[in-house]
Each structure stands twice: as C-alpha cells, then as structure tokens.
Write a protein that binds this ligand. Structure first.
Ligand SMILES: C[S@@+](CC[C@H](N)C(=O)[O-])C[C@H]1O[C@@H](n2cnc3c(N)ncnc32)[C@H](O)[C@@H]1O
Length: 216
C-alpha cells in the first residue's frame, strides 16, 4: 500500500467524518458559478458535502479510501475518486470551481489552472512556513516541503486573476497557525472582483487590500 494511503487512513480513522467546511470555502463559494467542482485531497469530505449542498457536482479526489468512504454515499452529487495526486491528471477545461484546502502538491499548479473553465474560480488555502512556526501533529504537515513559502501562492497561478491573496494566522485545534489563501478567477476578473474589493476593504482579516501578497 502507498505510504500516504497508510498514513492518512490511520489519521482519518482517528478523526472521523467531517462536519464544518473550511472557512475559506464557506466564505468565498458565492464567487463561483454553479456547475462542476473539483475538491483536491478531499479528506473526510467536509468541503465536498458542503459544495454538493450548494448545488455543485463535486469530483472529490483523495488517496485515502478510509476518508472517502466516510462521505462517498452521503450525497448523490459527490463523486469520490481514490487516486494518488502525485500522478492524477486533472481534466482540462472542466471545472467552475477547484478547491485545494490544507494540501500542497506543486506539480498540480499548472493542471489546476487548465482544469478551470474560463471564469472558473480557485480557492486554495494551506499551511505556510513562517520563521518560528513549528507544525503540530496531527493537524499540520510535518515536512517543510508540504508548507508554502511566504508569497509563493501569489506567483503559483500566472493565468489566474487574484481576488484575494493573503497570509495570516488562522485558528486551529492548537495555537493559530500560519496559512496562505488565494481566491482567484481564470482569465479577466469580472463584476465579482468589484464585489470582493468592496468586501475586503471592510474585512479586517484581509488587511483591507485586494491582494495582500506581493505579486510582481
Ligand atoms: C490535511 S488533509 C486535508 C483534507 C481536506 N482537504 C480538508 O480540508 O478537510 C490532507 C489530505 O490529503 C490527502 N493526501 C495526502 N497525500 C495524497 C496523495 N498523494 N494523493 C491524494 N491525496 C493525498 C490525505 O489523504 C488527506 O485526506
């Protein structure tokens, strides 16, 4: 068995089925057009079930069959795919929404872009390596390679227009941990951006700017 499957099967058995979706997904899903969504590293399905409840048809990919079994049959619009994202091929031009929460696989960056239809939305949030940050098991990745570098997300998707890009500490089961968030749209931003700019200027956690990361 693949070592990642072994490791994550064990973790998912311990933590059990998901309940609340990620705050980033819940707060920004309204910026996506309805249709087909892709949940990368879907875990125990907390986000996939939330998106299905919002009317999306959700392809949910994860290496852990234990995690997938916790939600695969809980909504008719959730399609669970047990696959290794180290080699998985994302179908081009298919998704109105791609989410990637608390998982990092840099190989996927260009394929995520291609997988979005024009106007499609990406919500990408994961752990960030800041000086002094010590990941806490079992909630944070142990290896530095699984952590974003400061400002990395701002450059990762050159074909997308960022609506929100910020690096901040978010509440966790232990101490707040550093995390980076990118919400971006494929191609030119449309009216949704104006709405986001307005929202972010009143949102203290965003620092009041449209894109908090530095993009050259
Ligand atoms: C921290 S969990 C995040 C789960 C989910 N995105 C969430 O926010 O609840 C990381 C997930 O990545 C999955 N994963 C790790 N390595 C993987 C790989 N090579 N291929 C596919 N999934 C993988 C694990 O099984 C686990 O469910």
């Amino acid at each position: 068995m693949h070592p990642d499957r072994l490791k994550w099967n064990r973790k998912h058995r311990l933590t059990g089925p998901g309940s609340k979706p990620s705050a980033a997904v819940a707060q920004h899903v309204h910026l996506a057009r309805p249709g087909r969504a892709l949940d990368l590293a879907a875990g125990n399905g907390r986000n996939a079930l939330f998106l299905a409840g919002k009317g999306f048809a959700v392809d949910s990919v994860d290496i852990s069959d234990v995690g997938l079994r916790m939600f695969a049959n809980r909504h008719e619009n959730v399609f669970a795919l047990c696959a290794n994202l180290e080699t998985y091929e994302i179908t081009a031009n298919r998704y109105n929404l791609v989410i990637n929460i608390n998982y990092l696989n840099r190989r996927l960056f260009p394929y995520i872009q291609e997988g979005l239809v024009p106007g499609g939305l990406l919500i990408f949030e994961t752990f960030l390596n800041l000086p002094g940050f010590e990941p806490q098991k079992p909630f944070s990745p142990e290896h530095l390679n699984h952590l974003l570098k400061p400002n990395e997300l701002a450059f990762a998707f050159p074909g997308l227009t960022p609506l929100i890009c910020r690096e901040t500490k978010v509440p966790g089961p232990g101490d707040p941990y550093p995390s980076a968030l990118l919400v971006a749209v494929k191609g030119e931003a449309d009216l949704r951006v104006k709405k986001t700019e307005h929202l972010s200027s009143t949102d203290p956690s965003s620092g009041g700017s449209r894109c908090g990361c530095k993009r050259k």
